[in-house]
Design a protein. Structure first.
Length: 294
């Protein structure tokens, strides 16, 4: 079931400062979206707010990072855990009632927000992620290895929703451009930091004549690969991927690489021929699922 929320849009300093202050009621399926030009640690409070609210913080990738409570007339600061460029306020309990959780994604169409549930793979990984920097020190993280006794299994017939080219075609172009700029900046920063760090103990990968052999070796040795990928729409993406297998797609007559995409946090499939450049890193990974080619 697709959930939609009608929102007023606060995208300038005046409307953002006003927010939902002095409102005495709010329709069940209504709210307000605060949209900022740059990602930042967002901060809100309940000053002059008469109705109890919940607030969802959303990053550049369209993913909800956290959902928190805004109490009426309370001046305690409510902050996002990470840098975000969107915040969505709705009636208290709205997100819980509709089973909307961190990890779900949003699409913005005019004054409507459409909520998309994260996949079962992403839900599994969301429960076993490493502790975040803001978590308390006494919390014990759940290791991914603890739940790998029965890995989920997928096949080519399950990949329709994961092929990067199709996903891109369904997304709003302006949002994709914004995401791409931020991702490239972060990836370049990570690459510069990595080049300054001493080499790890893992052996250097051999030289490969093509990207086909490179990703196959990375799959066999559980090594993360940073790829530069050109989509069929002509856009260039930089992604950190964990190869999980390959197969030949009869429909496109192309070799497809099935991965867990660290940048997105979910399964992604790539046309190997469209990988323009790659770098095999010193980072190893644990399998997230079992890919059944046939």
């Amino acid at each position: 079931m697709i959930m939609k929320l009608k929102v007023e849009i606060a995208d300038n300093p005046y409307t953002q400062a006003q927010g939902l202050m002095f409102r005495e009621s709010l329709e069940d399926d209504a709210g307000m979206m605060f949209k900022f030009d740059r990602p930042q640690r967002l901060s809100f409070w309940g000053l002059n707010t008469y109705i109890p609210l919940d607030i969802a913080f959303v990053g550049l990738d369209g993913k909800i990072s956290s959902i928190k409570e805004v109490k009426p007339m309370n001046m305690s600061s409510i902050q996002s855990d990470v840098s975000c460029n969107i915040a969505i306020e709705a009636n208290a309990g709205y997100f819980e009632h509709h089973n909307i959780k961190p990890g779900d994604r949003i699409k913005v169409k005019g004054n409507e927000i459409i909520f998309e549930k994260m996949s079962k793979i992403a839900q599994l990984l969301n429960n076993v992620n490493k502790p975040k920097p803001w978590q308390m020190e006494d919390q014990v993280p759940v290791e991914i290895n603890d739940v790998q006794g029965n890995l989920p299994e997928i096949g080519p017939e399950d990949l329709g929703q994961y092929l990067e080219d199709d996903i891109e075609g369904r997304q709003m172009q302006d949002q994709m451009d914004l995401m791409q700029d931020e991702q490239e900046r972060m990836q370049q920063q990570d690459l510069e930091e990595q080049q300054q760090q001493p080499e790890g103990e893992l052996p250097a990968p051999p030289q490969f004549p093509s990207q086909f052999q490179a990703v196959e070796w990375a799959d066999q040795n559980n090594r993360v690969v940073r790829i530069k990928y050109t989509t069929s729409h002509g856009n260039s993406l930089v992604r950190d991927i964990e190869p999980h297998g390959q197969f030949y797609a009869d429909s496109t007559q192309r070799m497809i690489l099935v991965t867990f995409d660290q940048t997105i946090g979910d399964i992604r499939a790539f046309i190997i021929k469209n990988i323009e450049d790659y770098q095999i890193t010193n980072e190893q990974f644990d399998d997230k699922f079992v890919f059944r080619a046939r």
